[in-house]
Design a protein around this ligand. Structure first.
Ligand SMILES: [Zn+2]
Ligand SMILES: [Zn+2]
Length: 162
């Protein structure tokens, strides 16, 4: 295996150069990569984090799709699907109609499964955090049932208090 002489000298002197920022840093400033002879990544943790964040910003929808695909077992989505759903929603929550902005961060926009678990673009709607939490895992039928029980409970309570 070819090993760069400068790299070996560096390694032996206890420092390691980051390929991105070109700084010579201590070993613990680098992630460990077992498959490399040095056992150290070629970019420092800081550069590696920055690169990941930059990628996330530039590939917002694909990144969201990756997150969703990791949790799902069927129907792989891609970034274009999610962007399409976002555009289709007119940038509003499907349930309450509140306007949403995607650049405010991940926590702001939720992709809600109308039917639970089916990771298909035709089964997804844009939802705000509040509606997403409120709906949780319940199906439409379950939500109607819960709402009816709340109404019935309140009716009985007001009758009893008379
Ligand atoms: Zn660096
Ligand atoms: Zn909402």
């Amino acid at each position: 295996m070819y090993r760069d002489k400068k790299r070996i000298e560096q390694y032996n002197s206890g420092v390691w150069e980051c390929n991105i920022c070109k700084k010579e840093l201590q070993f613990d400033a680098f992630c460990k990569v077992k498959s490399y002879w040095s056992g150290l990544d070629y970019m420092c943790r800081k550069c590696s984090t920055e690169r990941r964040l930059k990628w996330k910003r530039a590939n917002y929808w694909q990144n969201r799709a990756n997150d969703m695909n990791r949790r799902a077992s069927i129907n792989y989505l891609n970034g274009n699907d999610l962007e399409l759903i976002w555009k289709r929603s007119a940038h509003k929550c499907y349930y309450c109609g509140v306007a949403l902005e995607y650049h405010q961060g991940d926590g702001n926009i939720h992709f809600d499964h109308v039917i639970n678990g089916l990771n298909d673009k035709d089964n997804l709607v844009i939802s705000c955090f509040r509606c997403n939490t409120l709906k949780s895992d319940a199906t439409a039928e379950e939500l109607i049932m819960i709402a009816e029980k709340i109404v019935a409970y309140n009716k009985n309570k007001s009758k009893a208090s008379i």
